[in-house]
Ligand binder design. Sequence first.
Ligand SMILES: C[S@@+](CC[C@H](N)C(=O)[O-])C[C@H]1O[C@@H](n2cnc3c(N)ncnc32)[C@H](O)[C@@H]1O
Length: 294
Amino acid sequence: MSQHFTSKSLHQNRFLDYELIDFGHHRKLERFGKIIIDRPEINATNSPHNNPELWKSAHWKFEEINPKQGKWKQLRESPNEWTMILRVGNPMKLELNLTQFKHIGVFPEQSENWAYIQSKLKKNASSKSFLNLFAYTGAASVVAAHSSAKVTNVDSVKRITEWAKRNASINKLDNIRWIVEDARKFVTKCERRGERFNGIILDPPIYGLGTKKEHWKLERDLMGLLKSVSKVLHQKEGFIVLNTYSPKVDLAQLSAMVSSIDNMPKLIERYNLGLLSNKRHFLPLGQLIRACRP
Ligand SMILES: C[S@@+](CC[C@H](N)C(=O)[O-])C[C@H]1O[C@@H](n2cnc3c(N)ncnc32)[C@H](O)[C@@H]1O
């Protein structure tokens, strides 16, 4: 089968109780469940705020002290920890809270991937295994586990993995194996042990650290990790979802990497991942590759 490429924007906010209310001037205004937050967004350049009134609705505003640090300012009565509903199939819940890095525990643009994962695992899910690398608060793990697949959740940060465990627990899921380890080391171990997965999602950061301070650098290390990933992917019906947020590695480069690896699935879709605001303006956020066997 020859390689097949599609390239389009993926931005439908269908699966979360979420709205991108407005964005511009390097900020975005979003509603997560009942709470509205105003926070910095480097990509928010192409849609100036055209209704300043909207921005007064924010409960919390993140003010940067420097590019690495900042603090949340409360503007209206509201909790700093809450849950939101995620609707991929049956409703699920995610715990959210305000972290010092301006994130709150969910990347809403990922919700399209969760629906894709669910659709891929749907048939005979309980006999399937799914690997979530760089898993953060485990939203993709929760969705896959909800489909009854056997899930492995890997992240190098213990505190983040505790958060992911709480997300599993509020959804009464116990079919997730929790691994706090460097993602590359874990995949290498799986390769040695002959462990195979039906689906793998990887959402690597630009820079990261493993549990033993192993340095992760996207541009340098992605190709090696993808080669290892291809070896632990089920040969018959495996799929991968690869998501990056680096302006230095574009979609064409990502799909060239994936398609150059022998064992990788050859049906490749590529997308500009982003969110659509209530005014139907597109906020680009990252690059997304999905590859499955025909
Ligand atoms: C961009 S977040 C992933 C977001 C996630 N896909 C989601 O949608 O919820 C990157 C995650 O990678 C983790 N991480 C960074 N370096 C790592 C490494 N070397 N091995 C494993 N996890 C790592 C971080 O702790 C962080 O949780």
